[in-house]
Design a protein around this ligand. Structure first.
Ligand code: 13P
Length: 248
């Protein structure tokens, strides 16, 4: 396995004071945690400030969304090139909140994934099933379709250097975390599916990861780290999750 990765998805939380404090604290702490790659994804307006705060540190910056198009008359959109320009390394695509609240289907997510690669960003592709889909035994079918949309548009090798985040929708922001065994089973399925195409992506688990459950999840052989929502907004919690990802 490559170096584990822990990414904080701030969602629509934060302000300038929080960027200065939280990004500053995590950037400083990253130096003592070289065994784990760490990134934070604040909202768009704070990316430049965050880039300045983390400059010279090992902490990396990511965005939460990007436009399909590279530039043009698309009011309200933000391109991959702009994200790169302000210092982003990663961009999240296909988060379940974007799929369910903003109508992003897998075809659109695949186009965003392609736009990220074109802008020299590393996409963090989110996949995951709804509770009803899990209960109907459809988890693998749903996730395969989400992966296939990207593979079909972007080619078999597209996921080679990418990050995939398995986020069961029923575990996001609910405090209801997948068991390590449930996470491992889906991560194994994802790895097998994409390694058939020769890819070895980093596969993160996301959904109610907290300091007290992170170690059990990260101990699974196919869990390469985490995509953290609520707990990424508190420095102590986020850093304790980063510590749980350190190789032992
Ligand atoms: P929570 O950690 O708040 O459940 O959010 C997970 C998530 O959606 C990260 O992208």
């Amino acid at each position: 396995m490559s170096r584990p990765l822990v990414v904080g998805n701030w969602k629509m939380f934060g302000d300038r004071q929080m960027v200065a404090g939280l990004v500053g604290a995590v950037a400083e702490a990253a130096a003592a945690r070289a065994g784990v790659a760490i990134a934070v994804c604040p909202p768009f307006p704070y990316l430049s400030q965050a880039a300045a705060v983390l400059q010279g540190s090992a902490l990396r910056l990511g965005a939460q969304n990007l436009a399909v198009e590279a530039s043009g008359a698309y009011t309200g959109e933000v391109s991959g090139a702009m994200l790169r320009d302000v210092g982003c390394h990663y961009v999240i695509v296909g988060h379940s909140e974007r799929r369910s609240l903003f109508g992003e289907d897998s075809a659109l997510v695949a186009r965003k994934f392609r736009a990220a690669l074109a802008a020299d960003l590393t996409p963090i592709l989110c996949v995951g099933e709804q509770l009803a889909e899990r209960e109907a035994g459809d988890t693998e079918r749903v996730i395969a379709a989400q992966l296939d949309a990207v593979l079909e548009l972007c080619g078999e090798q597209a996921l080679a250097g990418a990050v995939i985040a398995y986020e069961p929708v029923w575990a996001i922001g609910t405090g209801k975390v997948a068991t390590p065994e449930q996470a491992q089973a889906v991560h194994r399925f994802i790895r097998q599916r994409v390694s058939a195409a020769g890819s070895t992506p980093t596969i993160l688990y996301g959904g109610s990861v907290k300091p007290d459950n992170a170690a059990g999840l990260f101990a699974q052989p196919d869990v390469d780290g985490g995509l953290i929502g609520g707990a990424s907004l508190v420095a102590d919690q986020f850093l304790s999750i980063c510590d749980a990802a350190l190789p032992r």
